[in-house]
Structure formats: structure tokens, C-alpha cells
Design a protein around this ligand. Structure first.
Ligand code: CU
Length: 114
């Protein structure tokens, strides 16, 4: 019993020390960018991330996204917005599970101008 417990602690320590959170390295559109159109939303991570929630809002409120990436952990996540989006300010908020088991969240914003 004691050995099992110690082994568990050692394993947890190793996992925490060795593996950092997965982080969002890059998004498309880039944070704070002004773009003419948004063919897709993309987030790239340094380590696999399971995206559990992704929400996009714009000048007309919530924007419906079609997930291209399923619920598996990925280093590249993609979702498709509607073809036509009005000009204005947009924000994307996501939640996910990092490869080290930590719940993560992030957001980025961009503007569509034509
Ligand atoms: Cu972590």
C-alpha cells in the first residue's frame, strides 16, 4: 500500500515536471489582426490539446462554427464559420484539456473589414 502510494506521487511529480501545458502558439486569424475574410478558424498548439468548447461571437452575436476537428487531442484545430460574415469585431473563446491533463482556456480577437 505504501509503495503504491509513493509510486503514485513520484509519477505525478514526474508528469508535472516533465510536461508543460499545451499552449496556443498561433491562431488564424492572428490575434488583433484585421482581415478581409475568414475561410476558417485555426489554432495551433505546441502539444496536443482536446478542444472541448469553441465559441465565436461577432457584431451580430454568436457565430455558428462547424468543427472540422473532432474531440481527439490535436496540435492543429480547425473550425469553419459561415461563408458570409459581416464586417466588425470578432472574438473566439475556447476551452480544452491539455496533454498533461490540465484544463486550459484561451481567446483571441480579430476584425473583419472590407
Ligand atoms: Cu499543465
Amino acid at each position: 500500500m505504501k509503495q503504491t502510494l509513493l509510486a503514485g506521487i513520484a509519477l505525478a511529480f514526474t508528469a508535472t515536471g516533465a510536461a508543460a501545458h499545451s499552449k496556443a502558439e498561433e491562431t488564424l486569424p492572428a490575434d488583433a489582426a484585421t482581415v478581409a475574410s475568414v475561410p476558417y478558424i485555426e489554432m495551433r498548439f505546441n502539444d496536443a490539446m482536446r478542444i472541448t468548447v469553441i465559441l465565436m461571437s461577432g457584431p451580430d452575436g454568436e457565430v455558428e462554427l462547424t468543427r472540422e476537428t473532432g474531440m481527439d487531442p490535436v496540435t492543429e484545430f480547425r473550425a469553419l464559420p459561415p461563408r458570409e460574415l459581416p464586417d466588425g469585431a470578432y472574438e473566439v473563446n475556447w476551452r480544452g484539456m491539455s496533454s498533461d491533463g490540465h484544463p486550459m482556456q484561451g481567446s483571441f480577437a480579430f476584425e473583419i473589414a472590407n
